[in-house]
Design a binder for this molecule. Structure first.
Ligand SMILES: *Cc1c(COP(=O)(O)O)cnc(C)c1O
Length: 406
């Protein structure tokens, strides 16, 4: 975990839970700023730009806050582009990096004036035929680097659906040449939770080798995958080391290229994961033959990462921080196996206690659903010490919204 000062205190979390009810997602704005500044400082020696990968968390207030920091936005759907514009991002500070969308969606993004990242030969050809050199593009490449915390979140391996294989370079070149496409960026994103700095360095070497084939480049986008710590002692991407090494590599390469290239990144998790806290209430303590379960008033409908990615979220009992530690298995209330954490040491849990899940900012609320006809939880933003409700919890009518009764 990060320094104590970055972390909201358990007393404060209890107060917010009491005021707004549970389950509730709580985001700490200043922590996002701390993370953004860490990135900026690490890359101070080269021309680096950061685009928040907003699929991690898209509440409009989070987007506005991140825009206010001077960070750009990475989007994967036309709706995210629209949300970004609504939040005040300038089109030039938005990059659209979709996957398997049709040409219409790409054109819609072009009409909004944002940076476009094309990730397959078919669209590249169609876009080139239609627009030629009138609208610059970035190409998403697959460098075939196996990386990332989990197969499900690895995107650069040989079987991945993402990007255009670097082995198809000749085909890309033929299309670019015949349609006069203006390629101003090359992109790669090899996955999430990459702790090894060398993975990025290998990636950037491959990008530099390819760059000589594209004379109009202005930037190389290295995507994201920065790992954050989910528990004490967890390895994190060494951002400072990465910054030093990549800056060196870029500054060296830039002497050989016709203009200095910027390096772009698309951090999602790194910016918002640790800013988020998910607070739930212990509904039932259930002793079975082998296990003591804590059944909480939430489930994988609200936080799916443990069940979907086998992700670890640190859990604490914030209502009884001095209670005797016991071993519990924390489960949700969904009618399916729904385990948040096996064999966790928690301070004695009593029915009605509040438990917090740390690192819940990224892919938490954003992946929530109404499964089991449960309400999506509220979201609260802590800014300058004040708690603001930024999303109401669902109400019953929300479950029927858009349904048409015959
Ligand atoms: C998801 C995604 C990211 C962000 O990944 P994190 O692991 O959350 O930092 C960046 N770029 C692209 C293209 C993505 O799809």
């Amino acid at each position: 975990m990060s320094k104590q000062s970055d972390v909201l205190s358990t007393e404060f979390l209890v107060k917010v839970a009491e005021e707004f009810g549970t389950p509730v997602y709580i985001y700490h704005a200043e922590k996002i700023k701390i993370q953004y500044e860490k990135l900026q400082n690490a890359f101070i020696k080269t021309d680096a730009r950061f685009f928040y990968a907003c699929k991690a968390l898209t509440n409009i207030n989070i987007l506005k806050y991140i825009n206010s920091l001077g960070c750009g936005l990475d989007t994967v759907s036309i709706n995210e582009v629209q949300l970004g514009l609504k939040a005040g991002f300038e089109p030039k500070n938005i990059i659209f990096t979709p996957n398997c969308v049709d040409l219409d969606e790409i054109i819609a993004a072009k009409d909004l004036g944002v940076n476009i990242n094309i990730d397959n030969i078919s669209i590249l050809e169609q876009f080139g035929n239609r627009f030629g050199d009138s609208y610059p593009i970035c190409i998403r490449l697959n460098p075939h680097i196996m990386a990332g915390g989990n197969y499900k979140i690895s995107t650069g391996h040989v079987d991945s659906k993402f990007g255009i294989s670097i082995h198809q370079l000749r085909h890309i070149e033929r299309i670019v040449k015949s349609t006069k496409l203006k390629v101003t960026g090359l992109h790669m994103h090899t996955g999430s939770e990459i702790k090894d700095v060398d993975v990025f360095l290998r990636g950037v070497d491959i990008m530099f080798e390819l760059a000589v084939n594209f004379p109009d480049l202005e930037f190389i986008d290295l995507g994201s995958g920065f790992k954050v710590a989910y528990q004490q002692g967890d390895p994190e991407t060494d951002i400072a080391l990465l910054g030093r090494k990549l800056s060196e590599a870029f500054n060296k390469f830039n002497k050989t290229y016709s203009r200095p290239l910027q390096v772009w990144f698309e951090p999602g998790k790194f910016l918002v994961s640790q800013s988020g806290y998910f607070v739930v209430k212990a509904n039932v303590i259930k002793q079975t033959t082998a296990t003591v379960f804590v059944g909480v008033n939430s489930g994988f409908n609200h936080l799916i990462r443990p069940m979907f990615y086998d992700a670890f979220h640190l859990i604490r009992n914030i209502s009884n921080p001095k209670g005797t530690e016991r071993i519990y298995t924390v489960v949700g209330n969904i009618c399916e196996t729904d385990t948040f954490g096996w064999d966790r040491k928690l301070n004695d849990v009593r029915e009605g206690d509040y438990l917090v899940f740390y690192n819940a900012g990224a892919y938490g609320f954003e992946m929530s659903s109404n499964f089991n006809s449960r309400f999506k939880p509220a979201e609260v933003l802590i800014k300058e010490g004040k708690a603001h409700l930024i999303r109401k919890k669902d109400v019953f009518e929300d479950l029927l919204r858009n349904q048409i009764e015959l």
